[in-house]
Design a protein around this ligand. Structure first.
Ligand code: MG
Length: 382
C-alpha cells in the first residue's frame, strides 16, 4: 500500500489523482490533503478519504475547516509553513506535487530532503531551480517521477533503456498548439481571455491553459525535460501535434525513435507515476487507430508565439534566468486573466522583466527566493 500526500488536492491534477486513488483502494491510501482556498472541497475530500491530516493554506479558513472535521480523527493545519512541513511527514511514501507555479518549490524541496518519492506535476519547481533540485534529489535519494503527460511519455520510453546505458540523443516534445494554433502575430492581436481558456484537447487549470495558449507551457516543459532527462536544450525539439495522441518521443543514438501514445487523459500519467514501476490495471477508454486516421505534425511559429523562444533564451543563460522568466510569466498570466493586458503583451512583459532583473550565474536557494520576489515586484509595476 502506497501512502500519498497530495499537495494541491482541490485543483485539476489533485482531483484526478483522487479519482485514481478511489478506483484503486488496495494500491493507494491518502495521508495528507492540502488546498489553497477551496475549503469546501477540501472538507468533502477529507470526509471521503479520511487522511491523517489536511492543510488549508489560507489561514483565515482554519476554523471553518477545523470545525467541519471536528468529530473525525483528522489533524487540521493552516498556512504556508504547514504546507512545507507536511511534505516531509514520516508516514508518507509519495508526495504528489500539484501546486500551481512557484508556490510548490519549498514544499517539494522539503519532501526531497526527507527522501520522499516525488510525483511531480508542478513543472515550475524544476523550471525555477532545476539544477539545485536535481542535486538535492541525488543527495537525499529522492526519486522524481514526472506527471506531466509529455515527460511521463519520455520517461516511459526510457524505462528499460537507461539501465543499459542507452541515453537519449534527442527528445521530441509534442504540443497540441492550443486554441490559437495556426494564427499569425496579427491574428493574435484580437484574441480574448475566453478564447484562450478553451483548450481543444486537455481539461486543465487556468494557469496551464493560458500557458498552453501562449506556448509558454511548452517552454516550461522544455526546461523541465532538460533537468529530468539531462538533454541539452538544443536537442529538445518542440513538435506541434494537434491530436495530442503521441505524448512525446525519444530518439536514441542509433537513430531509433520510441514514442508513447494514448488518448489525452491526465489520469493515465498520474496513475503511472503513483503506481511506478507497476502498471495499474484501469478501465480508462482505449485508443483506436480507426478514430484517428490522420496524426499530423507541424513546426511551432516562434515569431507569433514568442514565449517559447524566451524559454530557450532563459535556459541557455541558465542561472536565475528561468526563475525570472517564470515569475514574470505568473504575473503576466494573472494580468491577462484580469483583462489588464492583451495576449501579445504577455511576452513583452516577460522579456522586459528578463532584461531588468540582475543575473546570477550560480544561485543558491536564497538567491532563487530573492530573485522570484524581485521579478514579481518588477513585473507587477509594468
Ligand atoms: Mg504537459
Amino acid at each position: 500500500m502506497k501512502k500519498i500526500a497530495i499537495l494541491g488536492s482541490t485543483g485539476s491534477i489533485g482531483t484526478q489523482a483522487l479519482e485514481v486513488i478511489a478506483a484503486n483502494p488496495q494500491e493507494f491510501s491518502v495521508e495528507v490533503l492540502t488546498a489553497n482556498t477551496n475549503a469546501d472541497l477540501l472538507i468533502a475530500q477529507a470526509k471521503q478519504f479520511n487522511p491523517n491530516m489536511v492543510v488549508i493554506a489560507d489561514k483565515s479558513l482554519y476554523s471553518y475547516v477545523h470545525e467541519a472535521l471536528d468529530d473525525l480523527d483528522i489533524k487540521v493545519f493552516a498556512g504556508e509553513e504547514s504546507l512545507i512541513d507536511v511534505a516531509g511527514m514520516d508516514n508518507v511514501n509519495i508526495v504528489l506535487g500539484a501546486l500551481v507555479g512557484y508556490s510548490g518549490l519549498l514544499p517539494i524541496i522539503n519532501a526531497i530532503k526527507h527522501g520522499k518519492t516525488i510525483a511531480l506535476a508542478n513543472k515550475e519547481v524544476l523550471v525555477v531551480a532545476g539544477q539545485l533540485v536535481n542535486a538535492l534529489s541525488h543527495k537525499h535519494k529522492a526519486n522524481i517521477l514526472p506527471v506531466d503527460s509529455e515527460h511521463s511519455a519520455i520517461f516511459q520510453c526510457l524505462v528499460g533503456e537507461m539501465q543499459y546505458g542507452n541515453v537519449p540523443e534527442k527528445l521530441f516534445l509534442t504540443a497540441s498548439g492550443g486554441p490559437f494554433r495556426g494564427m499569425n502575430y496579427a491574428d493574435l492581436q484580437k484574441v480574448t481571455k475566453v478564447q484562450a481558456l478553451k483548450h481543444p484537447n486537455w481539461d486543465m487549470g487556468a494557469k496551464v491553459t493560458i500557458d498552453s495558449a501562449t506556448l509558454m507551457n511548452k517552454g516550461l516543459e522544455m526546461i523541465e525535460a532538460r533537468w529530468l532527462f539531462g538533454v541539452a536544450p538544443q536537442n529538445i525539439e518542440v513538435v506541434v501535434h494537434p491530436q495530442s495522441i503521441v505524448h512525446s518521443a525519444v530518439q536514441f543514438t542509433d537513430g531509433s525513435i520510441k514514442a508513447q501514445m494514448g488518448l489525452p487523459d491526465m489520469k493515465l500519467p498520474i496513475q503511472y507515476a503513483l503506481g511506478f514501476p507497476q502498471r495499474v490495471k484501469s478501465d480508462f477508454p482505449r485508443f483506436s487507430f480507426w478514430d484517428y486516421p490522420n496524426l499530423t505534425f507541424e513546426k511551432p511559429d516562434l515569431n507569433a508565439f514568442r514565449n517559447l523562444q524566451l524559454a530557450y533564451t532563459a535556459i541557455e543563460k541558465n542561472g536565475n534566468m528561468p526563475c525570472i522568466m517564470n515569475a514574470a510569466n505568473e504575473i503576466a498570466v494573472q494580468k491577462f486573466l484580469e483583462e489588464k493586458i492583451s495576449f501579445l503583451e504577455i511576452s513583452n512583459l516577460i522579456e522586459k522583466t528578463m532584461n531588468a532583473i540582475s543575473f546570477i550565474a550560480n544561485p543558491t536557494l536564497d538567491d532563487f527566493i530573492q530573485t522570484h520576489a524581485e521579478a514579481i515586484a518588477f513585473a507587477q509595476k509594468l
